[in-house]
Write a protein that binds this ligand. Sequence first.
Ligand code: RIB
Length: 327
Amino acid sequence: MSTSPAVVVCGTVNVDTFVGVRQFPAAGETVIAEPLGSPGLGGKGANQAVAAARFLADGPAGVLLLATVGEDAPGDGALAALRDAGVDVTGVARTDELPTGSAFIMNDGAGENIIVVTSGANTVTDPAASLGHPGTDGARVLLAQGELTPEHSAALPRLADGLGARLVLNLAPVTTRDPALLAAADPLVVNESEAADVLGLPRDIGLDEVLDALATAVVERGLARSAVVTLGAHGALVIGGDSGDSDDGDSSCRTTVPSPTPAQVVDTTGAGDAFCGTLAAALAQGKGLRDAAKLAVAAGSLAVESQGAASSYATGRAVRALAAEQG
Ligand code: RIB
């Protein structure tokens, strides 16, 4: 691996346990579930690092992950899986005071899931502590998610500045609305309900209203340097950045990037992470935001075709081929 990573990811590592249910339980209800495979690597930081590493696998520069796992067997397994995926884990610390993060994921067989996370060791991951980490020299993109504590997330702009890197912030979940953090994001990546949360709007507001409000907040008020809204099967909306340069961009600096239709939808867990990791990797390679989003929707579409989070990610070659088919 190169000593100069293209992407530094600062985020969480979990061990994911999947179960299948016919129907999600209501509050107070008990349902019988089936196990879905063995527990595997998860956490939005780890997943996005794997997606970026797969995309960059044929190139000279790779991905370094800044994270924390416990001094326990799940931590050993997660580190081994990350190494196998080609992620540089020299920035992953270990603690004997907290267990490795863990996620319990219910899938309903129709593409929906419910995820409950115990953060454990992830709660001590502090971006400020990574300033000066020798393995981060030369990074072009810092990629982070909303699973860090709000206090630690606040240090992300400082880490990005220290690296001289572009901050790609996937605010999933929306654990903070720190204006300085949002203002540094280029892009801020959110889904529809996260966009409403960021703006303090009700979640049942219509899609058009939330997209209009986000575009106004980004373009007119500088909420973030740019934004990308993931729209599931409908692809993504790019706001700001180079989106206005495209033929199909409208006058408000917005471009919709359609998604290829997956051959089958088996499990949507981690599809957003495949999107974000690929987006960050493509930006690190010098792609514009709109072209990076095209590659990212292809990665997200391929990720839903098999069970699991990081384990379901396609190779960079497959992602590029699918994106090229879309034109
Ligand atoms: O985005 C999916 C991820 O969210 C899972 O892998 C789980 O660990 C949670 O962090």
